[in-house]
Design a protein around this ligand. Sequence first.
Ligand SMILES: Cc1cc2nc3c(=O)[nH]c(=O)nc-3n(C[C@H](O)[C@H](O)[C@H](O)COP(=O)(O)OP(=O)(O)OC[C@H]3O[C@@H](n4cnc5c(N)ncnc54)[C@H](O)[C@@H]3O)c2cc1C
Length: 388
Amino acid sequence: MNFPDTRDRALIKLHEFVRRVGGYSSNRNHVIPHHENVSCLSAAIRHRLLTEWEVAEAPLTRYAASTVEKFTQEVYWRAYWKGWLSLRPQVWDDYLEGIEEHSDADKIRQGKGPVAVMNGFARELIETGYLHNHSRMWFAGYWVHVARLPWQLGAKFFQDHLLDFDPASNTLSWRWVAGLQTPGKTYLPRRTNIEKYLASPLLDPYGLDLLENPTAVMPENVGRPEVTRPLMPRVEVPQDGKVLWIHEEDLNPESSPLGAYRPSKIVVTGEFCGKSKLQKDWLIAALDDVARRAGKHYDASVEHVDDLIAWVRENGEAEIVAMRPEVGPLHDRLDSFKKAGLKLSLLVRPEDRYLRSLARSGFFGFWKKLRLRMASGDFPTSEQQELF
Ligand SMILES: Cc1cc2nc3c(=O)[nH]c(=O)nc-3n(C[C@H](O)[C@H](O)[C@H](O)COP(=O)(O)OP(=O)(O)OC[C@H]3O[C@@H](n4cnc5c(N)ncnc54)[C@H](O)[C@@H]3O)c2cc1C
């Protein structure tokens, strides 16, 4: 399996995939060995080796927008979830607070449960850092509604292994499976569906009878989380000469509002605590890649730094400019950076600001407005007007 960890490799994989993307809408749901019917670009997109809009635009060199609409939509599901969570950060805090160990979880995580295909997915996740979307849905549905384990612990299992782990896509997809995201709707893994979409070499029937007619665990008192952070601070690009901080949330500063910035120095950091070996290895390669690209692009010295606060104290450099990390583990650390005296100027891409403003309600309203904007050539541009 190949999950590109440099921008050049990701671009090569994107262009290879573009040749096959015409069949995406009919083939996407099938889980086949090596996953050639999907792009496997999620880790690159999540860490912004590629932006969503360059991935969405690439197929348009060969196909009409309508032919590849399903693929474009999926790419923007990610942006939708990200915007949705950014407007309601309390949902991330609630997830973290709800993680509690359970004595039955280990055997499912270790691939020693009663359903062979689910054991295969648990092993695939640990051994490759990836699962196909349909496998993620089946596994999450099995975890919640058949094994009857807390969804937060399943989401944490994915968090600890996925190379593309994304606080928004992961948390909100697990909430959706558990019936919390769309009140009254859960996702159940059914034997007939698995037999239809899982390729025969992967389809071990052992235990599938447990998925004959599963019953949903319906959560009680499901509410619709309110928008608690409607506005995103508007920060202008500061004067040249400050330290540019590059982190794993955006490994493509060249194409960001900081592309023309002239930093005095560049520091690159990664969060390694709690990550699996595969996640660490992927990130080390991606950070090396961005350090190399940034050194060339900005013509400045680049330093890999383990601890940003300690580095600032040693170097007496408190003024830092960076792309804003979205809701998630790195965002959670911003307060401690500020308390330690770091003066952070955190920038947001205009496209992200606009997409976020569309994510107040459901995906289909989001998509309708975005599709119109794309059709008129107004997205992406560097001057996006948010809706509020
Ligand atoms: C329980 C569960 C947990 C998930 N956790 C994550 C996660 O932590 N990180 C993550 O990036 N995706 C997550 N997804 C969404 C989706 O499964 C993956 O994005 C997709 O499988 C990645 O494979 P790909 O790059 O080959 O996708 P492709 O099918 O090639 O799609 C292209 C891109 O579109 C985006 N995308 C596709 N499907 C979805 C989707 N359903 N939701 C959001 N974005 C999508 C991804 O960026 C993906 O790389 C989760 C889905 C479920 C059901």
